[in-house]
Design a protein around this ligand. Structure first.
Ligand SMILES: Cc1cc2nc3c(=O)[nH]c(=O)nc-3n(C[C@H](O)[C@H](O)[C@H](O)COP(=O)(O)OP(=O)(O)OC[C@H]3O[C@@H](n4cnc5c(N)ncnc54)[C@H](O)[C@@H]3O)c2cc1C
Length: 376
């Protein structure tokens, strides 16, 4: 007889919210993390409106700013600012957010063990879930998520400036396959740049340039750190038998935006639904989780690969479409969770999205054999 119904390796946003939901569903849950909390994780900490809506509780206690404006530019050119009718993203610090989520899991009844490195093959549980992020080992140990490619990002914190409050600043295509950002927090601003893995050697210089372009003192940087962004290719296996991987361990970061918390929360919910069916005897395995990812997350990943290749190959044309008020309305709905995927847009918003798809198809046709083409 297994010791726990479910063991989860990794207590980031994916692992802790899966543990919370499972414990609330009546399962006995072991949640392990090699770190002791509060611990930090390199991240912009922007929880999109749709990510916040996914959660069964409010994250208000750890929200430091709310962004309802998007200030966007292409390679430090002229800016366009769009204001949203509802929050686009809640600004958090991962040190605080992840600790909050871990405490929620413990309060719900999960047994939490910090400072323990786990091997996913050796856990005494009926179901094992790998949620140990992109540098974890559980995917490899379980033979899952083998088709994942990585982007890279570098970020640092700078002294607070009120002029950045309430806005997300994005500087598109300053890095190939990515962008630069400025996100406001309670007592500092977070500035970062990220994109394709080959851009790694350029990140430090580009972070400095991003600061200079926005009048932030580059020498005031604190906590500068780099990290990887795992992006899943189509049909990558994420579940086998009674084992599965979720969040970054499954490579679910959006290939264009680099966001991964929505996907972490959603994959947690999907695996919990499948796990509760197994525990109740309604299913033998976690195949329903894989199907759920293909239905709910894969369309977004495909759109992300498409946008990424369109911006890489035709940045000006794609940006011209992306900055249109009508495209912003579709983006606003996406970020707030009112649109499940770009292809579900209607009317004139659909026309704008289809135009970007057309550019991305042209980009894919021109880069046959490249990573983007192979993945979309
Ligand atoms: C620079 C940067 C900026 C980003 N900005 C944003 C953003 O603004 N918004 C957004 O939505 N996403 C952003 N992302 C993506 C986001 O950070 C990830 O998608 C998210 O952290 C995924 O959560 P997770 O729970 O899957 O993994 P993680 O948050 O990586 O958590 C994994 C946990 O597993 C633990 N662990 C690892 N190995 C073991 C082991 N063997 N045993 C036990 N525990 C283990 C780790 O200690 C860690 O606590 C950003 C990423 C980067 C790199």
């Amino acid at each position: 007889m297994a010791g726990y119904d479910v063991a989860i390796v990794g207590a980031g946003p994916a692992g802790s919210t899966a543990a919370y939901r499972l414990a609330k569903g009546g399962a006995s849950v072991l949640l392990l993390d090699k770190a002791s909390f509060p611990r930090d994780k390199p991240c912009g900490g922007g929880v999109t409106g749709r990510a916040a809506r996914m959660l069964p509780f409010s994250i208000e206690p750890v929200v430091e700013d709310v962004a309802d404006r998007l200030a966007c530019g292409l390679r430090y050119g002229r800016h366009v600012t769009r204001r949203s009718r509802a929050p686009l993203a809640y600004m958090t610090q991962r040190r605080r957010l992840d600790h909050f989520l871990l405490q929620k899991a413990a309060e719900a009844g999960a047994e939490v063990r910090e400072g323990e490195t786990a091997d996913a093959r050796e856990l005494d549980a009926r179901i094992v879930i790998g949620a140990d992020g992109c540098n974890g080992s559980s995917a490899k140990q379980l033979g899952l998520a083998e088709e994942v490619v990585h982007g890279v990002a570098l970020e640092a914190n700078y002294p607070y400036e009120a002029r950045f409050a309430g806005a997300m600043v994005l500087e598109i295509a300053v890095i190939r396959g990515g962008y630069g950002w400025i996100f406001p927090k309670g007592d500092h601003v977070n500035v970062g740049v990220g994109g394709n893995a080959e851009e790694g050697p350029r990140l430090r210089a580009e972070l400095r340039r991003m600061c200079e372009a926005y009048g932030v003192d580059p020498d005031a940087a604190r906590d500068t750190r780099g990290y990887r962004l795992p992006m899943r290719r189509a049909r990558t296996l994420l579940a086998r038998g009674r084992t599965a991987v979720i969040g970054d361990a499954a490579g679910l970061v959006d290939p264009f935006s680099g966001d991964g918390m929505y996907e972490a929360f959603l994959s947690a919910q999907l695996v919990v639904d499948a796990a509760l069916d197994v525990l109740a005897g309604r299913a033998d395995n976690l195949d329903a989780y894989q199907a759920g990812v293909e239905r709910r997350i894969a369309p977004l990943t495909r759109a992300g690969w498409g946008a990424k290749s369109a911006f890489e190959r035709f940045p000006r044309a794609t940006y011209a479409l992306a900055r249109l008020p009508v495209t912003f309305r579709a983006l606003e709905k996406l970020l707030q969770g009112d649109l499940p995927e770009p292809a579900a847009a209607h009317g004139i918003e659909r026309a704008a999205i289809r135009a970007i798809y057309a550019v991305s198809r042209a980009a894919a046709a021109g880069t046959t054999g490249s990573r983007s083409a192979a993945s979309s």
